[in-house]
Design a protein around this ligand. Structure first.
Ligand SMILES: Nc1ncnc2c1ncn2[C@@H]1O[C@H](COP(=O)(O)OP(=O)(O)OP(=O)(O)O)[C@@H](O)[C@H]1O
Ligand SMILES: [Mg+2]
Length: 231
């Protein structure tokens, strides 16, 4: 796969939430294309619809209308089962709330996606140890997830999203709870993954420094993506 291949393409995406007070239109026609090896930032004020967009692209919530393809395959037309299978195989998702399995330890949290992907037991430990090393958490491998600090939980969620080599990586403020050094380490990890594995990454962030390190950036404004002027 060369760097010109479109991994994901979104066209005319809209999202409207029905509420007691009437319909709330959040996305008004989002167009976006990501190629292999690209890391694209999305910025914008709280409540502008960034998480809504990421949830739709992560096949975790339905759109109101629009088209979405991953590697040429239409996503919105798939059955829920096929969407779930696609999500497990091709998508890595780092949610704004980390969503770890609280009653499991760190090792087990990273093991679940490997079990789904039918990675043999004997190979799992090495993969998990490598992923934890990249986020600086080797010493927490046997810790219960609910004993970790917020930033540690975020790093476990990052490692978990990456163990299966996703084709599309979606991060919702993945460095939001990290200090600058740890956040920098995680950004280097993302860049390495995107470059080495021809992944496409979409990263929602409030941090201009994070956006600056991306291939391109956009602001989500009035439900549309507007190119971010660099620096
Ligand atoms: N299920 C829902 N029903 C009704 N309104 C919703 C729902 N989910 C989100 N919204 C509204 O849609 C808007 C966009 O929410 P979203 O979570 O996408 O924002 P965001 O850009 O991610 O904000 P933040 O930076 O604070 O995380 C908000 O005004 C929110 O109140
Ligand atoms: Mg959000």
């Amino acid at each position: 796969m060369n760097n010109q291949t479109a991994i994901m393409r979104v066209e005319a995406l809209t999202k409207t939430y029905p509420t007691a007070a009437g319909e709330v239109a959040v996305l008004h026609g989002v167009d976006l294309e990501l190629r292999a090896g690209e890391m694209v930032a999305i910025m914008g004020p709280s409540g502008c619809g960034k998480s809504s967009l990421l949830h739709i692209l992560g096949l975790l919530a339905p759109p109101t209308s629009g088209r979405y393809a991953i590697m040429g395959q239409d996503m919105f037309g798939l059955s829920e089962d096929r969407q779930a299978a696609f999500r497990r195989e091709y998508l890595g998702f780092i949610l704004q709330s980390c969503n770890l399995f609280e009653n499991s330890n760190v090792y087990e949290n990273l093991e679940y996606p490997l079990i789904y992907a039918r990675v043999p037991t004997a190979k799992r430990r090495a993969i998990i140890e490598r992923a934890l090393e990249r986020v600086g958490l080797t010493s927490r491998i046997d810790y219960p997830a609910n004993r970790l600090s917020g930033g540690e939980q975020q790093r476990v969620a990052i490692a978990r999203a990456l163990v299966n080599n996703p084709k599309v990586l979606l991060g919702d403020e993945p460095t939001g709870q990290l200090d600058r050094n740890t956040g920098g380490m995680v950004m280097e990890y993302f860049k390495h993954i995107v470059r080495e594995r021809s992944t496409a990454m979409l990263i929602v962030t409030h941090d201009r420094e994070v956006a600056r390190q991306c291939t391109r950036g956009y602001t989500l404004k009035d439900g549309h993506l507007e190119p971010l002027l660099k620096h």
